[in-house]
Design a protein around this ligand. Structure first.
Ligand code: DGY
Length: 335
């Protein structure tokens, strides 16, 4: 009787009592591939549904919609309007990524659904990779590696590469990641210029109010802005032509920032010096025309993919979900 009374008093005083152990009855829908650690932890703590276990999406939705209170996505998939509408009990969408272009934020706002992402913890990784792509591309590191492995070195083809130090780096988007890239490039004595919707008053870097102007005045153009309707194909034919046959493009943002067909044509026609690409328009599809080109470096969307950072991202997803279900402030709220 005492135990019952204590339980009653406790629950009356705590409208959001701590959920300990397995939060078994809370349904979480995983819609994208994430690190095994995150998937395992979600499975331990919640009633986990994986969207790929239901070849007929309707099957999942018709049986389980009433228990699904959270969606976990990533850069490949999130929550579009259709999914949000199909989940009447949805309270939170937590993305295992900083980019949230796969989430219908307006719909979430309209329905009072919270949204979280994983900013900050991946800034260094993505910025490091952007510099890595610049070095790999200009100093032809991957190409030289292929040359050595093929045994062709013995035949003595003369290799010349392009100097990176001192180049002008033009950055589209001077947010967290863009700024981290700028700082690193400064270490290589590069001059930094940037484009963003508005000039940053406190920035020491040169501002261009248009991407074409930025591209005309830099050696290396880097895409580091979020993907929105406005920035879709922000790198188009005009921008690529402005960058020119001696210019290099680095994309560590999203594939849809760049008009990929235009990029492929420009590279095949020699209108662009080269490209270092971590992200593609329809991942994991990569235009096959690129495979035969030496002046491209192609990566499988690994900007934030280090063990350390992906673990920190996973912990943020778990922390945000836990905070939400305990009625505490979210760690990294977006909506
Ligand atoms: C992100 O976080 O948005 C990166 O693209 C890694 O997925």
């Amino acid at each position: 009787r005492n135990l019952l009374r204590a339980t009653f008093l406790y629950f009356s005083a705590n409208p959001n009592p701590p959920i300990t152990g397995k939060m078994g009855s809370i349904g979480v829908l995983l819609v994208a591939q994430v690190v095994p650690y995150l998937e395992q932890e979600l499975d331990k703590r919640y009633k986990l549904f994986r969207i790929w276990d239901y070849p007929q999406k309707e099957q999942l939705l018709s049986h389980h919609t009433s228990s699904i209170r959270a969606v976990v996505g990533a850069s490949g998939a999130g929550a579009d309007a259709e999914l949000i509408e199909a989940l009447p009990k949805l309270e939170i969408v937590s993305s295992f990524s900083v980019g949230v272009d796969k989430i219908d934020l307006e719909k979430c706002k309209e329905k009072g659904i919270r949204v979280t992402n994983t900013p900050d913890v991946l800034t260094d990784e993505v910025a490091d990779l952007a510099i890595g792509l610049m070095l790999a591309l200009l100093r032809r590191i991957c190409e030289c590696d292929r040359y050595v492995r093929s045994g062709k070195w013995k035949q003595g083809e003369y290799k010349l590469t392009t100097k990176f130090s001192g180049k002008t780096v033009g950055i589209i988007g001077l947010g967290r990641i863009g700024t981290a890239i700028a700082k690193r490039a400064e270490g290589f004595n590069c001059s930094i210029s940037y484009y963003s919707r508005t000039e940053k008053r406190d920035s020491k870097y040169k501002y261009y109010p248009s991407v074409v102007e930025l591209a005309s005045n830099c050696n290396i153009l880097v895409v580091a802005c979020p993907l929105t309707e406005e920035t879709h194909h922000i790198v188009n034919r005009e921008v690529i032509n402005a960058l020119g046959p001696k210019g290099f493009l680095i994309n560590i943002g999203r594939g849809k920032h760049v008009d990929e067909q235009e990029l492929v044509s420009a590279l095949l026609e020699g209108r662009l010096g080269g490209a270092g690409i971590d992200v593609f328009e329809n991942e994991p599809y990569v235009p096959e025309e690129l495979f035969g080109l030496e002046n491209v470096v192609l990566l499988p969307h690994v900007g934030s993919a280090t063990v350390e950072t992906r673990t920190a991202m996973a912990d943020l997803v778990l922390g945000n979900l836990e905070a939400h279900f305990l009625g505490k402030p979210l760690l990294t709220p977006l909506v």
